[in-house]
Design a protein around this ligand. Structure first.
Ligand code: HEC
Ligand code: HEC
Length: 288
């Protein structure tokens, strides 16, 4: 008897099987959904049209350019040129007028702070954070507590010259190390740390602390811890800390102070970017 060549039908659904079988499970030969077949055909027709119009197939030494002569590289170059043009158009103007004058021109001010924000993301955020909120040892730029000053000119100087950086005009000041038993006794250090924290009611006041502070610290940090911009000594009588406001951290700072370094940017960024950054940083928490 000859074998039946007709495809087998599944009893349950009445659909033909493909003849594939795994562990007794048979594959049904359902047709592809119509919408799928149509999308497939349309995409083939579309792609043929696309090859004709847009750059497509590679050739030996070049490629099919397409009737539109489109080049993504050219498109980027044109966009970049347009941005440069806009920068020069605005920026050229920005370079020669004061911060106040820029602020009076809404479009220019908007252009400047936007540019400043993107430059900040590029050059500053790795230390200061994207929102400029700072980190341990790195100044928060959103508050109105400024180590080196929060006017535009002061901010510009900090950006231009940096802090303890490789520039002749860099901001410089160094808190000396009050090494225990050499410069001050451990009791004096502890009393002074407590005295510093007593400005914000977090430490214990003592006469020893007050006297040591007056003798050793006040000529930089001010008599009541108000800080001094000329030497970059931070305010100690507020709750804003560079290195932390606990007894342990303040004691540590007195015995072996850290000295923050902020790079100078004058030799790295163009004048316009520095101006934009200044306005942006000032817009965050600037003041006098
Ligand atoms: C390598 C890390 C680092 C980078 C990058 C950096 N900074 Fe700083 N910045 C610091 C540190 C640290 C301080 C605190 C300096 C100090 O202790 O006096 C500081 C301080 C500042 C201050 C002074 C804050 C105050 O209270 O007076 C400004 C303004 C500032 N940075 C802006 C910028 C801008 C704008 C950029 C980008 C162009 C930038 N910084 C890039 C580390 C950095
Ligand atoms: C020569 C000036 C100078 C003297 C003297 C000095 N400091 Fe400072 N102090 C600084 C500077 C500058 C900084 C900031 C360091 C930095 O920016 O990294 C600082 C930072 C600090 C901080 C950290 C503040 C923070 O926000 O985290 C504390 C606390 C402090 N000093 C306490 C003292 C005490 C207490 C004394 C006296 C025993 C003292 N300082 C003496 C200049 C001085």
């Amino acid at each position: 008897m000859s074998e039946d060549k007709r495809p087998e039908r599944d009893d349950h659904t009445g659909v033909e099987t493909t003849g594939h079988e795994w562990d007794g499970i048979k594959e049904l030969n359902n047709p592809l959904p119509r919408w799928w077949v149509w999308s497939w055909l349309v995409s083939i027709v579309w792609s043929i049209g696309y090859w004709v119009v847009m750059p497509s197939w590679p050739l030996l030494t070049s490629y099919l350019e397409g009737t539109e002569n489109y080049s993504s590289r050219q498109a980027v170059l044109e966009e970049v040129a347009a941005i440069k043009e806009r920068r020069i158009q605005f920026g050229g103007k920005m370079l020669h007028i004061s911060y106040d004058e820029i602020r009076e021109d809404d479009t220019l001010y908007d252009f400047a702070t936007r540019g400043g924000k993107s430059a900040f993301g590029l050059h500053c955020a790795q230390c200061h954070g994207l929102g400029a909120t700072g980190a341990e040892g790195i100044a928060n730029l959103n508050d109105d507590d400024w180590i080196w000053g929060g006017s535009e000119d002061e901010i510009e100087a900090t950006i231009r010259y940096g802090v303890r950086s490789d520039h002749l005009d860099t901001h410089y000041s160094e808190m000396p190390a009050f090494t225990p038993d050499v410069m001050l006794s451990p009791e004096e250090i502890s009393a002074t740390a407590n005295y510093v924290l007593s400005f914000t009611n977090l430490g214990e006041y003592s006469e020893l602390g007050e006297n040591t502070f007056a003798d050793q610290c006040s000529f930089c940090h001010g008599e009541s811890g108000e800080g001094m911009r000329e030497v970059g000594a931070p305010k100690l009588n507020d709750a804003i800390w560079l290195y932390g406001g606990t007894l342990e951290l303040v004691t540590q700072q007195i015995a072996s102070p850290r000295h923050g370094v902020m790079p100078q940017w004058e030799n790295r960024l163009d004048e316009m970017t520095i101006k934009q950054l200044t306005l942006y940083v000032h817009s965050l928490g600037g003041g006098e």
